[in-house]
Structures are given as structure tokens and as C-alpha cells.
Design a protein around this ligand. Structure first.
Ligand code: CS2
Length: 508
């Protein structure tokens, strides 16, 4: 007999060890819309909201909207929005059914279904995880990319938008014209000052629309920045099988995450506030120090391990960090070069944060593929690597270690080009441009680095012109494109032994 499927009717029959929603899921009312219902949202904001509904049942049911793959309306619809969130820590597995999602709307063919939800007077908050490139901004400056094909389309066809900023601008216009109720747009993506970038790109659309839209947005819409954290890789078939084998039911929308979670939100809402702060989130005046800490340390380590990991032949983060050389490298990079760039964060010891972050990455039950993290690197390296590099250079500090993963990102895309035998498939908005550079230029690392550093949408020209940085990137690219990329990592590591190790032992 096949295992029963997860549904409201089967909830009571699930094993006792599976935690269930502690409120009446059928009584939920929509109050929050979320764009981009991937594994991360289901492991993070939806879980916090589930906690909130259990703590204080209120009008904060979630309506999901997917404007890009995957289609989810049917899968989640069959389960009435319910799904299992597994926490995995090495051999431990903990299952919980999350009930905060009322339904998911697929809006991939047309924006109409998304606009219906977003313009509804019931919706007071719109959260989003649309990936870094979803904002259609220029990574190095944060401004709307007016050459982006979807932006070009949406400016010409504002009533049938395709891009996130185009859809949001249209939804705000519909709100202004119909009921005028305020709304908070809360970005939950790993881009620096995500609220400001979101507000920049939406306002850029609104200003071009004319009328009173830009003014109405100023008075009625808030764009708080936020820092989000939980490692939650793409779900695999093995995860779905784990639920069936260990807990005896079938759930096609399972998500898997680590135990650690964090959400720091700027306390600037346009209307009523879901009290996520009652269930573990933190409301602050300024999220910047938290954002730097997380993107430079945890995400910086992930990005470093993914590029060096692929080059070294490792499939997942936990395998890359189990390699003593890569573990040593990333530890030295974070402690010697990244840490000095961080702002003080109340109540957080930066060195303890580094240790904790690296230890999270060793979790063998989290199968986070290096290629998944490597995806869209051009949109990630600014906040994870280039901003700390810029801060270091401004203070005259060394950037020899931080430059290695920057060269790693270049080498990863270069080796994916035809000229280098298409070592692996890649997905990055700049992949084609880098393949074209590779085809055009000889395999000389200096010339390759020179051409890639000239992409000013990624490398701000002042940074690209810095001689120290350039020299490290060229040396890095040379080493990482060689037959033995790990020999280069070993060499850099040896040149940057931890200061503590170099100190003579104290006499007793
Ligand atoms: C990862 C993040 O794929 C990636 O870019 O670095 O998704 C990371 O796992 C999360 O930011 C952790 O909070």
C-alpha cells in the first residue's frame, strides 16, 4: 500500500513526533503575500509566521506567488498549503508540518494572478525571495538596469509586466487607484541594503509612469531592509523519500534546513506589523551591521568554498570544508581579512560568529551543492567579497586571501566556456559575456583578468583600477586555471599563517 499523502485530513494520523500547526489552519485569512516560494521561504519566513500564528493567531496567513519556476500551485494545493520542514543536523532528523501558507498562485505565463493578490486590500505585507538578479539592478551601483530585457519590456508595457520591480510598481498603481491602503514591501534576499535597492528599482519605474504614483509610494509604502539566514538547499528526491521512510507519509513539497535561523528586520512598516519579534526575529533601527556580518562571513565562506570546492573536485559545501586545506584557507581569509571590515554588532562576538558559521557548514546532512551556490555569482560577489575588499584597501590592509575566491569565480566561468572544454554547466547572467571574453582572448590570465575586471556592472572602476587587487586577482587566476589549482591555494595559505601560530610559545 502506498503511503498516505499529507493533507489536513491526514494530519491527525501522522506520527506524534511530527509537530503539527498549533492553530486552525482552515481559519487562516490572507494578510501577507510572498513572491518566490522556494525552499528558503518555506524554511524561513513561513516557519516564523507559523510560530507567530501559534503564539498570537491573527490575520497573517500567507499567499505565495511564483512568477518563475517551479510551478507549485498544484503540488501545494493538493496538500492545502501544508508541507513538512525537516531540520537535519548530521544524523538527527526533526519533522514539522508548517501551516502558515494558505495557497500558492502560479503567475509565470502572465502577471495577472500575481497582481490580483498584490493589489488586494487584504494584503498588508509583501515579502520576497526572488534571488539577487530578480531586482534587475546593476550589482555594483544598485540602480535599476535600464538595459535589462525585462525592464525594457515592462517600461513599454507597464500593464503586463514580467520583472519583479515592474510587477510591484503595477501592483502599487492598482492599490493607489482602487483602495489606497498602505503596504510594506520587505525584501528577504542577500543583497546589500536590500530595502533601499528594492525601493530604488520600484521608484525608478514609478517615476517613469508619471501621474501621482511616486508621490503615493512616498506616503504609503515602506521598504525596510532585512537580514535573513538559514541554510536550506534545493530539495532532492531523497528528502521526499526520507519523509516517507521515517515518518510514513508522502509530501511532495518537503524542505530541509539546518537548525540555525536568524531574521533581523528594520522596524519601518507602513501599517500593521506581524509581530515576528515575539517568535525569534529581531526588529532594529539599522540592519547594516548584521547584514555585513552575515553576507561577508557566512555567505562569503559559502561562496569561497563553492568556487574552490568545484575546482578541487568537491560536490557539496560540507565536503569542501572537510578538506583541511580549504577549511584552513577559508578560516584564515575570514579571520585575517574579513573580520577587520565588520562593524560592531550589539551582543555578537565576531570571532565566535566566524567559528559558528564555519561549524554550520560542516553539517553532513545539508547537501548544498557547490554549483547551486555558484549560480549567479556575478550578483553575489559584490556584497560577499568585493565590498570587504574595498573596505580593506581603504585602510591599507592586505586582500591577498579575499582576492582568491574572486579569481575563483572568474576561473569557474572561464572553465565552463567552450575554449576550456565546458568543464561544467553554469548559470550566471554574465556567463556568456565571460565565455565571449575567453574565446576572444588568449589563455593569458593577465589579459583575461583585465577584460573581466573591466565589467563595470560588477567591478566598480575605482576598485578594478587598484593595482594591489589586480595583481592578486591575476596571480589567483593563473594559479586556479593551472593543472593543480589546490597547489595555489596551499601556497597562499602558507604565506598567510595565522598570526597566533607564528608567535613564539610563551615560557611558563
Ligand atoms: C547561499 C545562500 O546559494 C547561496 O547563495 O549562499 O542561499 C545561503 O545558504 C543563505 O543565505 C543562508 O542564509
Amino acid at each position: 500500500m502506498s503511503a498516505p499523502e499529507l493533507s489536513p485530513a491526514s494530519l491527525d494520523r501522522l506520527p506524534l513526533e511530527v509537530r503539527k500547526p498549533a492553530y486552525d489552519h482552515a481559519a487562516l485569512k490572507p494578510g501577507i503575500a510572498h513572491i518566490g516560494v522556494g525552499a528558503f521561504h518555506r524554511c524561513h519566513q513561513a516557519e516564523y509566521t507559523d510560530d507567530l500564528l501559534a503564539n498570537q493567531f491573527d490575520r497573517w496567513g500567507l499567499v505565495g506567488i511564483n512568477i518563475r519556476p517551479p510551478l507549485l500551485a498544484d503540488t501545494l494545493g493538493r496538500q492545502d498549503g501544508l508541507y513538512t520542514r525537516l531540520i537535519r543536523q548530521n544524523d538527527e532528523v526533526e519533522a514539522r508540518v508548517i501551516g502558515s501558507i494558505i495557497r500558492v498562485v502560479d503567475s509565470q505565463e502572465s502577471a495577472a494572478p500575481a497582481l490580483d493578490v498584490l493589489a488586494s486590500p487584504d494584503i498588508e505585507i509583501v515579502t520576497m525571495t526572488v534571488t539577487e538578479k530578480g531586482y534587475c539592478h546593476i550589482p555594483s551601483s544598485g540602480a535599476l538596469d535600464l538595459d535589462h530585457p525585462d525592464v525594457v519590456h515592462d517600461l513599454a508595457n507597464p500593464q503586463s509586466p514580467r520583472s519583479v520591480p515592474g510587477i510591484l510598481a503595477r501592483a502599487l498603481e492598482l492599490r493607489m487607484a482602487s483602495h489606497g491602503r498602505p503596504v510594506t514591501l520587505l525584501s528577504c534576499d542577500n543583497i546589500p541594503t536590500n530595502g533601499i535597492i528594492l525601493s530604488n528599482v520600484v521608484r525608478a519605474f514609478a517615476e517613469r509612469r508619471g501621474g501621482k504614483l511616486a508621490e503615493w509610494i512616498d506616503a504609503n509604502v515602506a521598504f525596510p531592509s532585512a537580514m535573513v539566514d538559514r541554510i536550506a538547499p534545493a530539495t532532492t528526491d531523497a528528502d521526499v523519500d526520507t519523509v516517507e521512510q521515517r515518518f510514513g507519509y508522502r509530501d511532495n513539497a518537503v524542505v530541509v534546513g539546518e537548525r540555525f535561523r536568524q531574521w533581523v528586520i528594520e522596524n519601518r512598516f507602513a501599517g500593521r506589523v506581524p509581530r515576528w519579534d515575539l517568535v525569534g526575529a529581531t526588529f532594529v533601527d539599522d540592519v547594516t551591521p548584521f547584514e555585513h556580518l552575515k553576507m561577508r562571513v557566512l555567505n562569503g565562506a559559502q561562496t569561497t568554498l563553492c568556487y574552490l570546492g568545484v575546482l578541487g573536485g568537491f560536490e557539496h559545501t560540507f565536503e569542501a570544508i572537510a578538506d583541511p586545506l580549504l577549511a584552513t584557507f577559508v578560516h584564515r581569509m575570514l579571520t585575517q581579512e574579513t573580520l577587520p571590515t565588520l562593524m560592531p554588532v550589539p551582543g555578537v562576538s565576531p570571532t565566535a560568529y566566524v567559528e559558528q558559521s564555519l561549524s554550520r557548514l560542516t553539517n553532513t546532512a545539508i547537501h548544498h551543492r557547490n554549483h547551486q551556490i555558484a549560480t549567479d555569482g556575478s550578483q553575489k560577489i559584490v556584497q560577499r567579497l568585493l565590498n570587504p575588499i574595498r573596505d580593506r584597501l581603504a585602510k591599507g590592509g592586505s586582500v591577498a586571501l579575499l582576492s582568491v575566491p574572486v579569481a575563483g569565480w572568474m576561473a569557474y566561468l572561464i572553465k565552463a566556456s567552450a575554449r576550456f572544454g565546458r568543464a561544467w554547466p553554469v548559470s550566471d547572467p554574465f556567463a556568456e559575456r565571460i565565455a565571449a571574453i575567453t574565446d576572444r582572448i588568449s589563455a593569458n590570465s593577465r589579459e583575461l583578468a583585465h577584460a573581466i575586471l573591466a565589467i563595470d556592472a560588477i567591478f566598480d572602476p575605482a576598485l578594478a583600477a587598484n593595482a594591489t587587487f589586480r595583481a592578486h586577482v591575476i596571480a589567483g587566476l593563473d594559479g586556479l586555471l593551472s593543472e593543480d589549482p589546490m597547489a595555489f591555494v596551499r601556497h597562499v595559505c602558507a604565506e598567510h599563517e595565522d598570526v597566533l601560530l607564528k608567535q613564539p610559545a610563551r615560557s611558563a
